[in-house]
Ligand binder design. Structure first.
Ligand SMILES: Nc1ncnc2c1ncn2[C@@H]1O[C@H](COP(=O)(O)OP(=O)(O)OP(=O)(O)O)[C@@H](O)[C@H]1O
Ligand code: SF4
Ligand SMILES: [Mg+2]
Length: 349
């Protein structure tokens, strides 16, 4: 179980990308990739983030670890697990230099989906892992060398791999190198953006187990982004469901799978085949594509595809509401109607 100490608080976090047009290349519109999310993340937990392609998962990830600067909102970083005012820093607007000076950059790291593009193909493994050590530590050359070998051992590789280039490794081994680099600076929080999607199924399990053991060993906190609901069920303590730049549902993993509330979550879960299980939800096929984030629908963003939409849905945006302890959903359906959804489509899994 994770502690109740917060590590991050996201408040009304937004990221809009400008869209340029015309001869003068002026800003014509904005892609509202992330449109106001609120989320508290606690030390030691693994928050899974799911949702269709383009819903803003990577945008949220990059904004949270400050690879991008958010357009609006706050990211409150709680240092050392203390919750007093002095240890909380709003990192949302800090510039690169300030993030480094305050020792925040090394605490928040990210592992990307495809290690063949995230690792520099021209660098030896030794140098790839030494980079963050040079950037964030005062270790001597000898100490750095020892630390690199120690990190390789932690991720299941060895000294013999030091003088090789990324292309000389398998996909799973490359992702191990990316993990070693990400944990080199003793981070407290790791964003893992589809870290196993580019890997074979058997290798996926090995990387997931490696991540779980590192989390326990170093009390790491994860934000784990994936399309794969069974992966997120395996690794996450809590799940956030996103749709078109917003959080539509979040709860503990068990609750979310057993008693989903939001029609979009129902649709996502209904598509999962459960090996060896008789219990399957009735498949809900959503009509149409995800609307354009340049002009998201008014009211509930899901109303153009929701099989249960009624008049209020197109007029009023539902806020995230706590419908059971620790279980939040943004939907106008009242509990009696939700029961009707369950009666029709099944009770979760
Ligand atoms: N640099 C950018 N400039 C303009 N639009 C962008 C940029 N990056 C992302 N977007 C847009 O923002 C929206 C969210 O993109 P994002 O990459 O966060 O989605 P995602 O949920 O990670 O999708 P996927 O599951 O395919 O990785 C998409 O509409 C995308 O086209
Ligand atoms: S608010 Fe309306 S449209 Fe949105 S998910 Fe609920 S029922 Fe569907
Ligand atoms: Mg993505």
């Amino acid at each position: 179980m994770y502690s109740q100490n917060k590590i991050l608080e996201l408040r009304n976090l937004k990221k809009y990308y400008p869209v340029y047009g015309g001869v003068l290349r002026r800003v014509k519109n904005h892609v509202k990739a992330l449109d106001g999310i609120d989320l508290d993340i606690y030390r030691g937990e693994c928050v899974g983030v799911v949702g269709e392609s383009g819903c803003g998962k990577t945008t949220a990830s990059k904004a949270i670890v400050r690879l991008h600067t958010p357009t609006a909102g706050r990211i409150l970083f709680h240092r050392n697990g203390r919750d007093d005012g002095e240890s909380i820093t709003d990192i949302s607007r800090l510039k690169r230099g300030a993030l480094k000076r305050k020792g925040i950059r090394e605490k928040l790291q990210m592992v990307f989906q495809d290690p063949s593009t995230s690792l520099n193909p021209r660098m030896l493994v030794k140098h790839i892992i030494t980079e963050p050590l040079r950037e964030y530590t005062d270790l001597s050359s000898r100490e750095m060398e020892n630390r690199v070998v120690e990190l390789l051992n932690m991720v299941g590789l060895s000294k013999t791999h030091l003088m090789r280039y990324p292309h000389e490794f398998s996909g799973g081994q490359r992702q191990r190198i990316a993990v070693a680099r990400a944990i080199a600076s003793h981070p407290e929080f790791l964003v893992l953006d589809e870290p196993t999607s580019a890997l074979d199924v058997s290798v996926q399990a090995q990387i997931l187990n490696l991540l779980l053991s590192l989390r326990d060993k170093f009390n790491l906190t994860y934000l784990f982004v994936t399309h794969h609901l069974l992966v997120v069920k395996y690794i996450s303590t809590r799940i956030v469901v996103m749709y078109l730049g917003k959080i539509v549902e979040m709860s503990g993993t068990k609750d979310l799978f057993a008693t989903p509330f939001h029609p979009y979550t129902f649709a996502l879960l209904s598509g999962i085949p459960i090996p060896g299980s008789e219990q399957r939800m009735k498949r809900i096929v959503l009509s149409g594509d995800v609307p354009n984030p340049l002009n998201p629908p008014r009211g509930c963003r899901f109303h153009t595809r929701c099989p249960f939409a009624f008049k209020q849905c197109g007029d009023e945006e539902p806020g995230l509401e706590e419908i059971a302890p620790g279980h939040f959903s943004a939907c106008h359906l009242k509990s009696r109607s939700r029961q009707k959804v369950r009666d029709k489509f099944g009770n979760g899994m």
